[in-house]
Design a protein around this ligand. Structure first.
Ligand code: G6Q
Length: 548
């Protein structure tokens, strides 16, 4: 594969970036009254306004040329066709099949996977109906009131995001809790107010070997059996979501209580699979399928829309632009909706685990920076904390603002206040504040010329800070599905441009292995001494402080 920076489109883009380095969004807007309609697109109920970016038509032309030179369209088809594009794990990447119409075949290694997808969806429907209607009861015949999902990473963040985001659509009779951390405080604090007779545990683990999840699941199983004094209780209180039937059965969960998924579903792309069971329990299977439909709509858009009006492609290429030519190390996501407060954490995994790579597909070093640091928080909280750095710091931080037009409560005035903050931030970031406005304000305050001159640099807002705004009618299962799929495809496109495998995660695997070594040493009460002096020192200090 040709190095990124050797590509013709890249070189044209690089020259264009140098020539337009000092262009200001104020000028771009004042020269083009049509800039908003020109740089706004809609898909699947989402509106993307990308006009507040440091781009012109020429920038976009170069960016799309780059995507074409990188064969984006071919790679996109390879993904949807179920080819093994996850090379290092020799796997297909087909989470899109999970949200396909069940009569629309999807092939992996010569087999149509849709009958299996459909079977698990039916199993989920049957089970969620039974629990929600009170037909599935705990071991003492009581209705289930609390669901505890035990899982981590991809087996936690997706279902947690969607369950929390869709609380307004949730059953009032069933509360969902999520336990991920191996720190026992997480599970014990969650269980403290719960009754074992009415609690259902979901052990969510693709591999069913993840230390955190299995340790917490065992602790939960002990808690249940001890409290109800019935070793058979597991059958009525534990279900598993996994690809590993053997390990599930060894744990003691009945085969009929296991919901299967497959190795072509990556962990961080798995909320659409059986891993979505807590979402379905919370909002019901019909609503869960609306979420799948939102994802499917975005798949169709991504697959068929020309690049120039393709939302994930546009967002991805803007990210590539800032990453490469504006030294943008991070990308912020600010949902102006409290129900989306988990979104930044979810996208952190989706993006950083996928594109936090430093070698190309063929193992050679990448040619330039890859995935940015993703961060953010639900608005308006961040405005009173870290937005300062986005406005006046030395780094350029492209930011996505997300806003539903309708709030979830009958409090229009307060929703207007929320949204006015969101719009004001995008405006301030793009246009800053003219010196003349600051001067007249300071003069009105009666300050003398020296004081004004001293204050002016501190009060100056240069603006020209880029943002996207994504608006939807309301946050509901369909729009949430479309939004998540939008980001999934954005991450995919960037991976293609950087020529990396967005679908493995060897860094995560390393962490899992290293902890096992130290864990064994701690159990023996001594280190082999094979670590560095810092790790050995901390190990011994830890034992000393524990009185061992
Ligand atoms: C996701 C990652 C990782 C994974 C967790 C949990 O893409 O692989 O976050 O989801 O490590 O793994 P299990 O589901 O196998 O327990």
């Amino acid at each position: 594969m040709v190095d990124l920076t050797d590509l013709q489109a890249w070189q044209a883009l690089s020259l264009h970036a140098q020539e337009n380095r000092h262009i200001h969004m104020s000028d771009l807007f004042s020269h083009d009254p049509q800039r908003y309609p020109r740089y706004t697109i809609e898909a699947c109920g989402l509106l993307l306004d990308y006009s507040k970016n440091r781009i012109t038509d020429e920038t976009l032309t170069h960016l799309f040329a780059l995507a074409r030179e990188r064969d984006l369209e071919k790679w996109r088809e390879r993904m949807f066709a179920g080819e093994h594009i996850n090379l290092t794990e020799d796997r297909a990447v087909l989470h899109t099949a999970l949200r396909r119409q069940v009569d629309d075949p999807a092939w992996v290694d010569g087999e149509d996977v849709m009958p299996a997808v459909s079977r698990v969806l039916e199993q989920m429907r049957h089970f969620t109906d039974a629990v929600r209607l009170g037909e599935w009861t705990g071991c003492t015949g009581k209705q289930i009131t609390d669901v505890v999902n035990i899982g981590i990473g991809g087996s936690d963040l997706g279902p947690r995001l969607a369950t929390e985001a869709l609380i307004p659509f949730a059953s009032k009779n069933l509360r969902c809790h999520f336990v991920s951390n191996i720190d026992p405080s997480h599970l014990l604090e969650t269980l403290a107010p719960l009754s074992p007779e009415t609690t259902l545990f979901i052990v969510a683990s693709k591999t069913f070997t993840t230390q955190e999840t299995i340790t917490n699941a065992k602790l939960a199983r002990d808690w249940l059996i001890r409290q109800v004094a019935d070793t058979n209780a597991v059958a009525k209180h534990f279900v598993a979501l996994s690809t590993n039937a053997e390990a599930v059965s060894q744990f003691g969960i009945l085969p009929e209580n296991m919901f299967e998924f497959w190795d072509w579903v990556g962990g961080r792309y798995s909320l659409w699979s059986a891993i979505g069971l807590p979402i379905a329990l919370s909002i019901g299977m019909d609503r869960f399928e609306e979420m799948l439909a939102g994802g499917r709509c975005m798949d169709e858009h991504f697959r068929t829309a020309p690049m120039e009006s393709n939302m994930p492609v546009i967002m991805a290429m803007l990210g590539v632009w800032y990453n490469a030519f504006f030294d943008a190390h991070s990308h912020a996501v600010m949902p102006y909706d409290q129900y989306l407060r988990i979104l930044p954490a979810y996208l952190q995994q989706l993006d950083m685990e996928s594109n936090g790579k430093s070698v190309c597909r063929d193992g050679t070093p990448v040619d330039g920076p890859t995935g940015p640091i993703i961060w953010g928080q639900a608005g308006t909280n961040g405005q009173h904390a870290f937005y300062q750095l986005i406005h006046q710091g030395t780094r350029l931080i492209p930011t996505d603002f997300i806003m539903p037009a309708q709030g979830q409560h009958d409090l229009d005035r307060q929703h207007d206040l929320l949204i006015s903050n969101c719009l004001a931030q995008t405006e301030a970031l793009a246009f800053g504040r003219e010196d003349s406005a600051i001067l007249s304000e300071l003069e009105q305050q009666g300050l003398d010329a020296d004081a004004i001159a001293a204050l002016l640099p501190h009060k100056r807002f240069a603006g020209n800070r880029p943002s996207n705004t994504i608006m939807m009618d309301e946050l509901n299962p369909f729009s949430l599905g479309a939004l998540i799929a939008l980001y999934e495809h954005k991450v995919f496109v960037q991976g293609i441009i950087w020529d990396i495998n967005s679908f493995d995660q060897w860094g995560v695997e390393l962490g899992k292995k290293l902890a096992l070594v130290i864990q064994d040493e701690l159990q023996q009460g001594k280190t082999t001494g094979a670590h560095d002096s810092s790790t050995n020192g901390l190990f011994n200090e830890y034992l000393k402080r524990r009185g061992k």
